[in-house]
Design a protein around this ligand. Structure first.
Ligand code: NAP
Length: 505
């Protein structure tokens, strides 16, 4: 594009009509950013009956964010009265509600609206968005803010349907089911299981924890803040900002250990191992719980409560693989039948699916599935060649292993807003990333994984071909730098239907 750069603060001459899919932290961030810059014609389509995204759905006991709230919050909506370092689900959900209300975007959310397909029309330079209820909506711009962690994954295991007891996924917690006194199995020991197992263990009669892979742990008690500390954060000027800065740097240091597994990673691993040894007094449980992969390859888990819970009298840690499920319970590979009343699937999400099964078709009716046949990729996780005026939030390679996704989402909201300002300033119909730019940035991004801990095991960050499609390979700071100012030379503008091309490259 030969267009000169548009200063981010320059107002648009033509404000586009925008549909945002998803009213989680991403969709809300985008709507706030656009409205602040005069783009008002926005609809947010949300499949759930409420905004919140993952913080609406994940209500399991003990659900919290393991990223401290001073950083896991919008930079422009800092709250000084968090009740603990890492807030619980209800507090985070109410925070998002409050921010959305304050910025006037909660009223833009159309609830109970599941988008089934989005198709680009080259003639009109518009997206047509179809929802499951049969309604059709049109917009100039489509922002898919569905993220990576919204489709519960349940492994297909022989006999699963034959189970006579009760079962549910951790992201669809059945609060109506009384766990007290029951024989319960939890399949999976990821970030979710680690939070709810210590909560339910004292309640249930027997808890069987089926672990496929052990994890690396670091300590976190996450008690409520003492009154004096809360008062200090609320009243001492600058203390909140200082804590945010500290948490930012601390999480960057986690990334440092992941990027350098043979040096700093070893130091961090030794710290984790010492903590785990101090917690795992029972040598048998210790041997079973111990991870066998590079520190940082999977999410590092922060909990001072999970490993002690595994050593309770009524808890058994099982590491044999699941062979099949029978009406009475789970049979493991060693032939043992674990009699159960309830199975809780803590088996994570279909992360590689991103917004699918939504059908997305771009230029020439090419589907996004075809474009992503070898694995999802997008320039800076946001723009895909052949899909003009489409932007992703928390898209490919923008997950963070240690940092705050909200830092990324704010950066994305600002970048997308700049793209829309290009449209306005040039009175163009659409903006599209150049294929060679996207391909080069993808190559550079993938090359950054070489030698890092992320390549040291199989994880949900990878797709079936082994390509890492979920994670950003570096620091939050780098992502902020790369997204701070949209480079117009990386994009082409497409003329409005009734005009000649603005400046094809
Ligand atoms: P997860 O981290 O993907 O963990 C899934 C667990 O299920 C793993 O232990 C996995 O074992 C196991 N599993 C999967 N399929 C299995 C099978 N067929 N048989 C046996 N075990 C199986 O999912 P999650 O705990 O829900 O967390 C997902 C992500 O959500 C996290 O990584 C994190 O990004 C986010 N999250 C964040 C927080 C937070 O506090 N910020 C809290 C919860 C979740 P393998 O390790 O062997 O695959």
């Amino acid at each position: 594009m030969s267009a000169t750069a548009v200063h981010p603060r320059v107002s648009t001459k033509r404000t586009p009509e925008v549909i945002i899919v998803g009213a989680g932290f991403g969709g809300i961030a985008a709507a706030i950013e656009l409205r602040r810059h005069g783009i008002e014609r926005i609809r947010i389509l949300e499949q759930a009956p409420d905004l919140g995204g993952t913080w609406f759905f994940n209500t399991y006991p003990g659900a919290a964010c393991d990223v401290p709230s001073h950083l896991y919050s919008y930079s422009y909506a800092q709250r000084r009265n968090w009740t603990r370092l890492c807030s619980m689900q209800a507090e985070i959900h109410s925070y998002l509600h409050e921010v959305a209300r304050t910025h006037g975007v909660d009223r833009l959310v159309q609830r109970n609206t599941t988008v089934s397909s989005c198709s680009w029309d080259e003639q009109s330079c518009r997206w047509t968005v179809l929802s499951a209820d049969g309604e059709t909506r049109e917009a100039d711009v489509l922002i898919l803010a569905t993220g990576q962690l919204h489709q519960p994954s349940r492994p297909s295991i022989e006999g699963a349907d034959s189970f006579a007891g009760h079962s549910f996924h951790s992201a669809e917690w059945d609060h109506g089911y009384e766990l007290g006194g029951k024989r319960v199995a939890v399949v999976g020991t990821g970030a979710s299981a680690v939070q709810f197992i210590p909560e339910i263990a004292p309640e249930v009669r027997r808890l069987t924890v089926l672990q496929r892979t052990g994890n690396w742990f670091l300590p976190r008690k996450n008690r409520r803040y003492p009154t004096i500390l809360r008062a200090a954060i609320e009243r001492v000027p600058g203390l909140q900002a200082l804590r945010r800065r500290f948490v930012f740097e601390y999480t960057e240091s986690l990334t440092l250990t992941i990027r350098h597994p043979r040096t700093l990673g070893r130091v961090a691993r030794a710290r984790s191992a010492a903590f785990m040894r101090s917690q795992l007094k029972d040598p048998e449980v210790r041997a079973r719980a111990w991870p066998d992969y590079t520190f940082g390859c999977k999410r590092i888990l922060f909990s001072s409560h999970f490993l002690p819970a595994l050593q309770r009298e009524n808890v058994e840690l099982v590491t044999e693989a699941i062979a099949r499920i029978e009406p009475e319970g789970i049979v493991t590979a060693d032939g043992t039948l674990h009699d159960l009343d309830c199975i809780i699937w803590a088996t994570g999400f279909r992360t590689n699916d991103f917004m699918f099964p939504m059908e997305i078709t771009g230029v020439g009716e090419r589907s996004l599935r075809t474009a992503w046949a070898g694995g999802a990729h997008a320039h800076l996780g946001m723009t895909v060649p052949g899909f003009p005026n489409m932007f992703l939030m928390y898209g490919p390679n923008t997950n963070t292993s240690g940092g705050s996704i909200i830092v990324y989402l704010e950066a994305q909201a600002s970048y997308i807003r700049q793209a829309l300002q290009q449209l306005g300033a040039h009175e163009a119909g659409a903006i599209e990333v150049l294929p060679e730019v996207e391909a080069a940035s993808d190559r550079a991004l993938q090359a950054r994984f070489a030698g890092t801990a992320w390549t040291g095991c199989d994880s949900w960050y990878r797709n079936e071909q082994g390509r890492i499609v979920a994670n950003w390979p570096g620091y939050m700071r780098e992502y902020l730098e790369q997204t701070r100012a949209l480079n117009p030379d990386e994009y082409r503008l497409i003329a409005l239907p009734d005009r000649a091309a603005v400046a094809p490259v």
